[in-house]
Design a binder for this molecule. Sequence first.
Ligand SMILES: [Zn+2]
Length: 273
Amino acid sequence: MLVNSRWILDRAKEGGFAVCAPNTNNETFARVAIEAAEENHTALILDLNYPQIPDMVFFGRIVERLAKDASVPIAIQQDHGGTYEQAIWAIRSGYTGIMPDRSDKPYEENVAEVAELVKIAHAVNVSVEGEIGHVGMEDEPDTIRKNLVQPEMVKDYTERTGVDALAIAIGTTHGLYAGKPFIDFDLLAQCLAITDVPLVLHGGSSTGDELLAQAARSGICKINICTDLLMNAARLWNEAGVTDAGKGVKYLRQGYKEKLVHYMNVFGQVDKF
Ligand SMILES: [Zn+2]
């Protein structure tokens, strides 16, 4: 069944676990992800990323159909939306959550642009995720520490924008790590004390099971995973010595699913829906 992202996040927050948001940028992986969710009686927030899916309407409608047919709750979430137009097109394409990411802009611009989109999205029951602090791409530990969220902003930002979810920079980075992964759990606790809005973590890949399990237990409601799923799919493909691409697709499916189910267990979300 198709639900909005907030519906899933509220249940995760109440239950003390996190829900995985896998990047699903093609139909094969969308089908595999939903299959894994159904087999494990759990929900998923499918992340669709614009640069990889420029034809939002076509692919959005495919995933919408798959989600509606699913026996478990599925949300379709825009991942790192860059422009106002992309947000509106996502809503029009059947997405049930948008993420206007203005974390690289001055704080007041971030607040103003996201608040405007919250007003529009809520009018049609679509959830909105904002981001403060900045989760970069394969950053060094020093850069990560410089861009961590400032807890005092959490209260101001959530109240003024009305977002349904907030991505906070507490140590992770997108892609692979340049240094030793860390999560600042004191900072997370400070943010949790300030707001009831579900908090989410980007850049889950290669952070390590122990840190992610602790984050899920400590109040993070959604963890985005992309690279680890794709790398596991590639690993199985390579190990099988695939020479015929048509015959190799099953290894991509298997590798993506195996790692996704692994994370469902790490995040404590199995059998919760
Ligand atoms: Zn992200």
